[in-house]
Design a protein around this ligand. Structure first.
Ligand code: BMA
Length: 320
């Protein structure tokens, strides 16, 4: 379909904002970050950090302006109740001490706390884990919300109808079944259920699968959800970012959804990396001047940021 709609997203000219050589430990990729801005105005970014031997850690960097980030000296530590470490490792598929695979963190503000939703494991089996942090140095285990083989999850920032809500993406059931975004709800962040499909792929650019990217943001028009979509091309998968609005009172209902991706691979640093042709958004931060910062991983290698006007993102949802 031809569209005359101009691009609503502007890439930061200093991209990438975080790359392997910025990290204080041997690193072959740092990307797919979750980000928040604290009430004190500090930006905190939790990134997927990959060591050259392919362990995966979550590594935090901090910034005053949202563009220049300084990494902590160490990755975050995962903590659970004393005596439950072996169980936590078994259930996050840590194969033996030292082989870690915790990745793609999202930071979800909820009831004055920061909940981290992240994925553990790999292609053999993976799952969503919910943790919680105050200092972004230690993540305390909260729950294993869903059965295995779910990959991306974000929490709504407030209770709706007295319950907690989550968007998630189960692994594709098979090659022909395109992966969809699902919704689940919970009374306590531990027991989740009532899982059902919210949105399937609709356009060709996202025909392989779609998954939630940034935690939903409340707007007058509905919950604004930025998501990722995947297209298969001759060389592999190409990832882009889309946007939709969910009903405020019933977030299982899509009110409006852009047909065109708002973010798609254009720059060299998105085309060349560990995995080519990937833009993978993980956070949208609204600013006081009506703009938002959209943080995204590029080519499974580096971390980038772009800006947009919130009004333009909402309007894009009505362009079909
Ligand atoms: C997904 C996840 C992401 C990654 C993407 C592209 O399945 O593993 O972390 O960015 O694939 O390789």
């Amino acid at each position: 379909m031809l569209s005359r709609m101009k691009s609503v997203v502007t890439r930061y000219e200093g991209n990438p904002i975080l790359k392997p050589s910025d990290m204080p430990a041997a690193c072959c990729a740092v990307y797919n970050s979750g980000v928040i801005r604290t009430p004190e105005g500090e930006y905190i970014m939790a990134s997927r950090f990959e060591s050259p031997d392919k362990d995966q850690f979550i590594w935090v960097s901090r910034s005053r302006d949202g563009y220049r980030f300084v990494p902590d000296d160490e990755p975050v530590r995962f903590a659970c109740k004393p005596g439950e470490e072996a169980e936590y490792h078994e259930n996050t598929f840590v194969r033996d001490p030292g082989i870690h695979s915790w990745y793609d963190p999202r930071i979800n503000p909820l009831e004055g706390e920061y909940y981290i939703t992240y994925c553990a494991g790999g292609d053999y089996a993976c799952r969503i884990v919910i943790g919680k942090t105050r200092d972004f140095r230690t993540i305390e285990h909260v729950s294993f919300p869903l059965h295995i083989n779910n990959r991306n999850a974000v929490l709504f920032p407030e209770k709706i109808d007295g319950r907690y809500w989550m968007l998630h993406r189960p692994q594709n059931l098979n090659a022909r079944e395109s992966g969809a975004i699902w919704i689940a709800d919970s009374p306590d962040l531990v027991y989740w259920g009532n899982c059902r499909i919210v949105a399937r792929s609709q356009a060709y650019w996202e025909c392989t699968k779609i998954g939630p990217a940034a935690p939903p943001i409340r707007t007058d028009e509905g919950w604004l959800v930025v998501y990722h979509g995947v297209f298969p091309h001759a060389n592999g998968m190409s990832y882009g970012g889309g946007v939709m609005l969910l009903d405020l009172a019933n977030p299982g209902i899509v009110k409006a959804r852009a047909r065109m991706p708002i973010l798609f691979v254009q720059e060299l640093y998105e085309q060349v990396g560990m995995v080519p042709d990937i833009v993978f958004p993980g956070a949208v931060i609204p600013e006081d001047d009506g703009t938002v910062k959209i943080y995204y991983g590029a080519a499974d290698y580096v971390q980038c940021v772009a800006t947009a006007r919130m009004a333009d993102l909402i309007e894009a949802c009505y362009h079909r």
